[in-house]
Design a protein. Structure first.
Length: 423
């Protein structure tokens, strides 16, 4: 805050110091501008607390202790609020001195929250998480795991800062524990849950940078995009790789199955599907969703179709896989969709569009109905980018050629959108 007191004119013997010079000295030595931390009102804090307390009600840590937040120690950053848990979520084996779990919530979206379990070789309790991972001080060692709001582990990461180029920089390995429990619902109401039980443990390693320190990061889950031996080296494989190179939309769709986000593995395979089907997608089984592309010798086989149409088939089947992935994220047991509670979980979930089509057309009929009504532009945009190598601006519709090609596989007599289009 600037000093607003007016400095007097000062005389020392026969020397006079001007008012202006004293003012400059005063500003230099006594003025300051204090940076203020972000501030949140008590009403806003109470709104956030009410929402989060409702969200975590009935949830427990992997030690079967209630998830409780220490609101007195909540910290507000520029983009996120962080609240430590009284009982930490131990999703990996700790080896360092200090361990804590925090709930991190976006300041702009209450629904965008997750848990972060972190350990370090120093007391990190007073630092924001963003500060911990950006200010990498000499000798610091920090490891953390992100956990989503359904207690699914997302990623384990670490850094260790050592500036001595001759220092020993071993692999940092962490033992990740996979936990499961079963919960019982009556309608939308949670009745009870079994205790968390250890299913398996895996060791995840990430190497440190060389020389001046740095950090390593690795996903807890590997090989989530899997190419079956029948798929590798085929024309379909080549087209799949070109789609990844040319279409940002396809990259983002595939990213939903990578280790940072995935609740399922996505497998690509080839098989003889007969003369009428160009591809098929199998429902999740043991966390695996399989896209199969036809390899027979008819004009439905990938090797006998134009590249553009095979690209369309791959996109079409990946959208099916993405729909199955969303269902699996809502209702899963051992990587399989629990159909008995799917309806109630959709009603209580984050996919209102899917709920609408599921309610109208059922589990076996909704996907093509929703795809025809809402995904044709997505398919056409990816096809145009694949064919031309140019990004289609979000403000611009794909050309009619690609919109028409996107109908293939959706132009069924039972499809409402198709019947509307041709009527």
């Amino acid at each position: 805050m600037k000093n607003n007191l007016r400095p007097p004119k000062c005389n020392y013997g026969n020397k006079s110091i001007s008012w202006f010079f004293v003012l400059i000295l005063n500003l230099i030595f006594f003025s300051c501008t204090q940076e203020q931390d972000p501030v949140i009102s008590q009403d806003e804090l109470q709104t956030i607390r009410n929402f989060i307390d409702l969200e975590v009600a009935g949830k427990t840590t992997f030690d079967n202790l209630p998830i409780e937040l220490d609101w007195k120690k909540a910290k507000l950053g520029d983009d996120f609020m962080e609240i430590p848990l009284i009982n930490p979520i131990r999703s990996f084996e700790t080896v360092l001195d200090y361990f804590q779990t925090r709930l991190v919530i976006s300041n702009s979206d209450l629904n965008a929250y997750k848990f972060i379990s972190l350990e370090s070789n120093f007391d990190h309790s007073h630092d924001l998480f963003t500060t911990l991972i950006s200010e990498r001080k000499e000798g610091n060692w920090v490891r953390w795991m992100q956990i989503d709001n359904n207690l699914r582990s997302l990623e384990v990461s670490s850094y260790r800062t050592i500036t001595d180029p001759k220092a020993n920089m071993p692999l940092d390995c962490v033992t990740v524990t996979y936990m499961e429990r079963t919960c019982f619902y009556e309608g939308f109401s949670l009745i009870s849950c079994t205790d968390w039980e250890t299913v398996s443990q895996y060791e995840v390693c990430g190497s440190e940078g060389e020389g001046g320190g740095g950090g390593g990061s690795t996903n807890y889950k590997e090989d989530v995009i899997i190419k079956d031996s029948s798929f590798v080296g085929t024309k379909a494989d080549c087209i799949f790789e070109k789609l990844l190179d040319t279409s940002e939309g396809f990259q983002k769709m595939i990213q939903e199955f990578d280790g940072s986000f995935s609740v399922a593995n996505l497998i690509f395979a080839m098989d003889n599907l007969g003369s009428t089907r160009r591809g098929e997608t199998s429902p999740p089984e043991n966390f695996n969703i399989t896209n199969t592309i036809n390899n027979n010798s008819t004009n439905s086989g990938a090797s006998y179709r134009p590249n553009l149409l095979t690209a369309k088939t791959i996109i079409h089947e990946v959208i099916h896989a993405e729909m199955f992935r969303k269902l699996l994220s809502l209702a899963s047991t051992n990587g399989n969709i629990i159909t008995s509670i799917l309806s109630s979980m959709l009603e209580n979930g984050d996919y209102p569009g899917m709920l609408d089509y599921y309610t109208r057309y059922g589990l076996n009929g909704f996907q093509h109905q929703q795809m025809a009504a809402h995904y044709r532009e997505t398919i056409a945009r990816m096809l145009q980018e694949f064919q031309t190598g140019l990004v289609v601006p979000s403000s611009q519709m794909p050309s009619s050629l690609y919109m028409d090609l996107a109908w293939e596989g959706l132009n069924h007599s039972t499809n409402t959108a198709w019947q509307t289009a041709i009527s």
